[in-house]
Design a binder for this molecule. Structure first.
Ligand SMILES: Nc1ncnc2c1ncn2[C@@H]1O[C@H](COP(=O)(O)OP(=O)(O)O)[C@@H](O)[C@H]1O
Ligand SMILES: [Mg+2]
Length: 227
């Protein structure tokens, strides 16, 4: 069963936010999901204690570099999808997590500096791919860049040119971008899935839900490209 792992060297780009969006979107679609919360601040674990965590979202915490592989495998034996939310890329825990990954999402904000950071994450994915190819010659570890925290109304020139240069270099990028929206912050503040937030708790909630739906649908389709 697919394990989807979110990595990026930089903090604050939206790994945890996009992990939780994907998890709650799957739950809404009736798909059981485990979230391995490997961020030392346990943001998703904390979110799940607010009394609004869907029954089919299972959060796994107390994750270390020594136990992450077995925790991912145990979760994958139970749930159709496993999500792994990591912090940074420098630690060994990331390598262990990538060994169990079936798809890697690399969230990135729209600047050149972020693109350089993202390329470090891509290198890790490629290193893992090469390691497996010693035994499985045609092995591919699929990944895609996710542009995050983009302005809702328009695409900046910076972002458009960044997207083009990624495309030109054959680097996959999600068509859907996660826009900067108060509602995505409110999810954590009120410890609720998007669809449980009221309009007073989360202005623009409908647009946030539409954005989350589009992201989840695209990620799901990338997990099974043959349909
Ligand atoms: N699309 C978004 N819209 C609004 N706020 C966001 C968005 N993505 C992330 N944030 C906010 O930015 C901060 C960092 O996001 P987070 O998901 O924790 O990043 P990371 O896990 O990569 O460190 C948090 O305060 C979060 O609420
Ligand atoms: Mg995080």
């Amino acid at each position: 069963m697919p394990t989807v792992t979110f990595i990026s060297p930089k903090g604050g780009v939206g790994k945890t936010t996009s992990s939780l969006i994907f998890a709650t979107q799957l739950a809404k679609r009736g798909v059981g999901v485990s979230v391995i919360d490997a961020d030392p601040n346990y943001p998703i674990q904390k979110w799940s204690t607010g009394g609004h965590c869907p029954d089919n979202v299972h959060v796994v915490s107390d994750v270390t570099e020594n136990n992450i592989a077995s925790k991912i495998r145990a979760a994958a034996a139970v749930d159709p999808i496993v999500i792994v939310d990591l912090e940074g890329t420098a630690a060994k825990i990331v390598v262990h997590a990538l060994q169990e990954a079936d798809f890697v999402v690399i969230p990135m904000q729209g600047s050149l500096l972020d693109a350089e950071q993202a390329s470090r994450a891509i290198t890790l994915v490629k290193d893992q791919e090469q390691a497996v190819r010693r035994h499985v010659p045609n092995y591919v570890l699929p990944f895609s860049i996710l542009m995050t925290r983009t302005p809702p109304a328009y695409q900046t020139r910076n972002m458009a040119s960044l997207r083009k240069s990624l495309n030109d270099n054959g680097i996959p990028v999600f068509d859907t971008m996660l826009t900067e929206r108060e509602a995505f912050k409110s999810m954590f503040f009120f410890q609720k899935p998007l669809n449980a937030l009221s309009t007073s708790e989360a202005p623009g909630i409908d647009k946030a839900i539409a954005n989350a739906d589009a992201f989840a649908a695209e990620l799901i389709s990338r997990l099974s490209p043959e349909g």
